[in-house]
Design a protein around this ligand. Structure first.
Ligand code: PMP
Length: 355
């Protein structure tokens, strides 16, 4: 506590990111990165961008990237916003769209950064509990609100909603924005982007960090009607008009243009997810039906925290989130086939040696 701090800072409870270890050779299944490298075309584009032109500011509008992203889903660039990771896109959206006095609604459990933005921007919020089987029930999102935020698929459960459910939310709150956080949508769920033409209150947020393996470049984006995008641009230009550097813009644009690499790597992750889920079930674990690049799993008679610690001692990192609804569970990123097998072998030992 410091007398120099603004009063707001005393009230903040910041997000605690997953561990980014400083030692090499760990099997890192804790922060949902891709186990595969980025598109080779993205890497080439980033190398090509490291020229003398780095002395110049980047395009503040990131027009090439926004155009490429829009084209992929049949929207013009004025329907697309980009920012420094979807975390920053979410931050701008919370500030630009949800300060209407009423509480913002989002699930309990979901991405824990949502609460943090509410703290930062002093937004009241109400967390709507998941059902007993860890699902989002959209009919529970009633009452006056400043907006609704849904991660689809949800994190950390990996369970996805049907598009019809998103449509219901949009129709339940026509005067409020429904933000669908699709960080993990590419691994088998259906995107709400196709609803944008019909719903001016829909904002869809996605990222290059997962399915495009560019977490290190920090690029996120949003699709919505131009009216919503303009609100985000106003906040961005009041904060940092150059959120994306030249390398990130070049790499992300080239990545969008490499559909073959994208489809191949996503398919590989989905195939490994199926095998990992089966392997876990055969060891007695319960596994939620995931449409993301991670699985959420628990063992009926093993302590999740202890399992995570045992795995760590074998150089395997998984995520154990503390908290009442999450304490019994492990969130495990889908790695390569080999990594998944090493994990399953280690878990088999942990489960057997404790029995
Ligand atoms: N939304 C969800 C649901 C996430 O899990 C994450 C990443 N942990 C993000 C958004 C942010 O991703 P990024 O800032 O890397 O785009």
């Amino acid at each position: 506590m410091s007398r120099f701090w603004s009063p707001l800072v005393h009230t903040l409870t910041p997000y605690v990111p997953g561990e980014q270890p400083k030692i090499a050779n760990l099997i890192k299944l804790n922060t949902n990165e891709s186990p595969y490298g980025p598109s080779p075309r993205a890497l080439e584009a980033m190398k090509a961008a490291t020229t003398e032109s780095m002395r110049l500011y980047p395009d503040p509008e990131a027009l090439a990237l926004r155009t490429a992203l829009g084209q992929r889903v049949g929207l013009s660039a004025d329907h697309v916003f980009v920012g420094n990771g979807s975390d920053e896109v979410l931050a701008h959206a919370f500030q630009a769209l949800f300060a209407h006095g009423d509480p913002l609604l989002f699930p309990d459990v979901s991405y824990s950064f949502y609460k943090v933005y509410c703290g930062l921007y002093k937004l009241p919020y109400r967390m709507v509990p998941l059902t007993s089987d860890m699902r989002i029930a959209v009919e529970d999102y009633t009452g006056p609100c400043s907006g609704v935020v849904i991660a689809n698929p949800n994190a950390p459960t990996g369970i996805a909603l049907e598009l019809e459910d998103i449509r219901k939310l949009l129709e339940m709150h026509p005067d409020r924005v429904v933000l669908v956080d699709e960080a993990y949508v590419d691994f088998g769920a259906r995107s709400a982007v196709e609803l944008i033409r019909d719903y001016p209150n829909l904002l869809v947020v996605q990222t290059f960090s997962k399915s495009r393996a560019l977490a290190g470049a920090r690029v996120g984006f949003a699709f919505g009607q131009p009216d919503l995008i303009e609100a985000l641009v106003r906040v961005k230009d009041s904060f940092n008009s150059y959120p994306l550097d030249r390398l990130a813009q070049a790499g992300a644009t080239a990545s969008v243009e490499d559909e073959v690499w994208f489809n191949q790597t996503v398919q590989r992750v989905m195939a490994s997810r199926a095998r990992l889920s089966e392997g876990l079930k055969s060891l007695g674990f319960e596994v939620l039906p995931s449409q993301a690049n991670f699985v959420y799993t628990r063992h009926p008679d093993r302590d999740a925290g202890e399992l995570a610690a045992q795995l760590r001692s074998r150089a395997i990192l998984v995520r154990h989130l503390k908290g009442e609804r999450t304490m019994a569970w492990l969130r495990i990123t889908v790695g390569t086939e080999e990594q998944c097998q090493t994990l399953l072998d280690a878990l088999r030992d942990c489960v057997l040696c404790n029995s």
